[in-house]
Design a protein around this ligand. Sequence first.
Ligand code: COA
Length: 325
Amino acid sequence: MKSKIIGTGSYLPEQIRTNYDLEQMVDTTHDWIVARTGIEERRIAADDECTSSMATIAAQRALDMAGVAAEDVDLIVMGTITGDYPWPATACIVQANLGAKNAYAYDVSAACSGFLYGLSSANDFLMSGRGKRALVIGAETLSRSIDWTDRNTCVLFGDGAGAVLLEAQEGDSGILSCHLHSDGHYLELLYQPGFGAKNPASIEGFNQKLGFLKMQGNEVFKVAVRSLTEVSKEALAANNYTSADVAQFIPHQANLRILEATTKRLGLTKEQSFVNVNKYGNTSGATIPIAIDEAYHQGLLKEGDLILSAAFGGGFTWASTLIRW
Ligand code: COA
């Protein structure tokens, strides 16, 4: 018995913000952004869109692809750090939007690793026999947590949502294993200082911009490459495979240089590694399900293929999975 992906879906807002648009907003250039990150443009949610609205569309598309009704879903897990409200879980809002009245729903807070943490949680749920189908969603509206006057961070991120529908099925295809790690010592290299219980909302905090994402980019970069490489090797070793067996590597899309360095360290070719960070930037928990959906529709994921995925994000958290498509 395995958790098999039987549906994928994604949603990207229509509004495109190019590097040339950013040149008008902060002291940066298109060439600098492309050279340091590989990002050319990103999507920005419209005023009437938010994390739940984008997640609902992505999830409905995954259900439609599988031909499964929302009432037949038993669990909805959503990786997000930009939920509609501090609480309750945005997954519950998506549940209501979909009409998935027989599911229970919760969010996972693991920043850019949120989707793979959610996938692991849903896989455990299905393999324990507690249900038959689970929706796993990654969705973010990071444009609302970014300081658009800070060139160090605002060029990197974007909005979007992706989802997969898992079904417990007999056979060899599906999730082979999931691997999760975290290390809270790195908290302040990548986090949002306000407005939780530690630094609650206040005029002073607002003036100090505590509600925006803070990051020490070059420190994050080094740990990200090391962790993504190690956790990817861990997934391969756990299943007695090597890089040569991988049909597609679908890593978290943070920065082209991180992707290229990781791909090289793993001994993977460019053809084995999926990239779309140039179009969407870093959509945190949403990058991997969006990439899975795009790779599938581009014909890159075929029955029996071995798919390796890995993520790294705030916490720090990092994770991987190996999937037989
Ligand atoms: N445009 C122009 N110059 C910029 C800039 C921008 N958008 N952002 C930063 N700079 C400047 C810096 O101010 C610095 O100038 P200084 O030398 O005068 O102080 C210079 O560029 C170099 O900064 P540095 O941070 O060393 O650059 P870098 O090569 O590390 O690239 C990042 C910066 C953010 C692109 C890179 O560190 C990175 O991608 N890190 C990982 C971030 C990430 O992916 N986080 C999420 C993980 S899930």
